[in-house]
Ligand binder design. Structure first.
Ligand code: PLP
Length: 449
């Protein structure tokens, strides 16, 4: 048994060697990849996850925010067991899809009609397709550097470097080598929360955009929330131009019982959902005004956006989703959001005690650490901070936290789950403090601003 990471003799290190024979680079999922080897999970219960070497850690990633109720919540397990015994997939619809849709529909007035799919990526893809079908336009606009899943268009300018930033307004850059040039030109960028630039870009491209895709609290911009002024501007100009406002709530839905839109008073035309609404199983969904969602209506022949999917609305996901949404009530959200505030304060205190600078932000039960001198507001602020040493410092912090019983993400995002309470927040503070102390002792203070 090992308690330190990395350890070449560990079972995880051995599994990684085996994985290299079946997966390119030993990995089949970008998010779990880490150097020098991937850690393999054995089991997880509540807010704790144990790896194949028997090391237990508090899980502050929760499968990138899906496990709002932690691992193995009894209500979700029972729902899954009951459904598994009754069948896991049919070419009939099930009542469970109506039940889950009804539970979601009741949460926000903009959710007049819904459509399920299997991932947040698909939800964004179908939302953009619907916007194109309804407007007859091809271009979309999104905030530079913000993640909306792996659909080609949504990935444009996900990680542009300064050479690609452009001298005036942001320039579109393909994310991967696969990005066709014509497609890149169909995506226009604005900086998150930059009212003047966004107004300029939307005025310049008036009448050209099918959709504006917005995340109300993008972790890749440091975790701050959309300002009221920015949200108002985006809504006003999209309405003026007949552009659909797609609110990506794949992550932010957990911020309130009705998502960021009920918390911040946003009024989208289409919302994309995922993660928490599936109770830990693969899911995506679109919810929007009934007239917008007619794009998916096939009762009068071929729909404008034909959308299907072998596993869409599969009964296992629906069962887990119903259990998850039933537990996801205002009192639970309020408790988790308060705990999130405490987590942010605790992590800030740990940095202060170590005499190291970082910006700790995030909304509700999301916590975003950016190792930066100034509070980051946009993708470029985060990029500059990371390039100045903050990115490497965060990777080091992530690795050391692993050895102090905490699983966090390498990018700085962490999140809470309902089995957590004060002891887990205190343990997080202790782990950050101990990790920073170690980093200083190893001369890594130079990575900090
Ligand atoms: C804001 C946001 N939108 C969309 C997605 C894509 O969701 P999925 O990974 O389920 O495809 C993610 C995934 O992390 C996300 O964070």
């Amino acid at each position: 048994m090992t308690t330190r990471f990395p350890d070449p003799a560990s079972r995880s290190a051995q599994l990684f060697e085996r994985a290299k024979r079946v997966f390119p680079g030993g990995s089949t999922r970008g998010q779990t990849y880490m150097r020098p080897y991937i850690i393999y999970a054995r089991e997880a219960k509540g807010c704790r996850i144990t790896d194949v070497d028997g090391v237990e850690r508090i899980d502050f990633i929760n499968n990138f925010t899906t496990q709002l109720h932690g691992h193995g919540h009894p209500a979700i397990v029972a729902a899954l067991q009951a459904q598994a015994a009754n069948g896991t997939g049919f070419n009939f619809a099930t009542e469970s899809e109506i039940m889950l849709a009804e539970l979601i529909q009741a949460r926000a007035t903009s959710f007049e009609h819904l459509r399920f799919c299997n991932t947040g990526t698909e939800a964004i893809m179908h939302a953009i397709k619907a916007a194109r079908a309804l407007t007859g336009r091809t271009k979309i606009v999104k905030c530079e550097g913000v993640y909306h899943g792996a659909y080609d268009y949504a990935e444009v300018s996900l990680d542009p470097d300064p050479q690609a930033w452009g001298v005036d307004e942001p320039r579109s850059v393909g994310f991967a080598k696969t990005a066709p040039e014509g497609m890149v030109d169909d995506v226009v960028l604005v900086p998150f929360n930059d009212v003047a630039m966004t107004r300029r870009v939307l005025d310049k491209h008036r009448g050209e955009f099918a959709a504006f895709v917005l995340d109300a609290a993008p972790s890749r911009c440091g975790g701050s929330r959309v300002t009221d002024e920015y949200a108002r501007l985006v809504r006003e100009l999209t309405r003026r131009d007949g552009t659909l406002l797609i609110l990506d709530e794949v992550v932010t839905f957990r911020l309130d019982a009705g998502g960021a839109q009920t918390l911040y008073g946003l009024d989208p035309d289409i919302t994309t959902l995922g993660k928490v609404i599936g109770g830990g199983l693969p899911i995506g969904a679109l919810a929007g005004r009934a007239d917008v969602m007619t794009a998916f209506d096939q009762t009068r022949g071929k729909a404008s956006v034909p959308q299907s999917g072998t596993f869409t609305a599969n009964p296992l996901t629906m069962a887990a989703g119903i259990a998850s949404m039933t537990l996801f009530q205002p009192d639970l959200v309020a408790r988790l959001n308060k705990l999130g505030e405490e987590a942010r304060s605790t992590v800030r205190r740990a940095f202060k005690a170590a005499g190291l600078r970082a910006h700790v932000d995030g909304q509700g039960s999301l916590v975003v650490i950016t190792i930066a001198a100034e509070p980051p507001r946009t993708y470029r602020d985060v990029y500059r901070a990371n390039a100045a040493g903050g990115g490497q410092a965060m990777e080091e912090l992530h690795r050391r936290l692993l050895n102090h019983g905490v699983l966090w993400s390498t990018t700085g995002l962490g999140c809470l789950s309902s089995p957590m309470d004060q002891p887990e927040i205190a343990a997080l503070g202790d782990a950050v403090h101990a990790s920073l102390k170690e980093m200083k002792a190893d001369g890594l203070e130079r990575l900090f601003p």
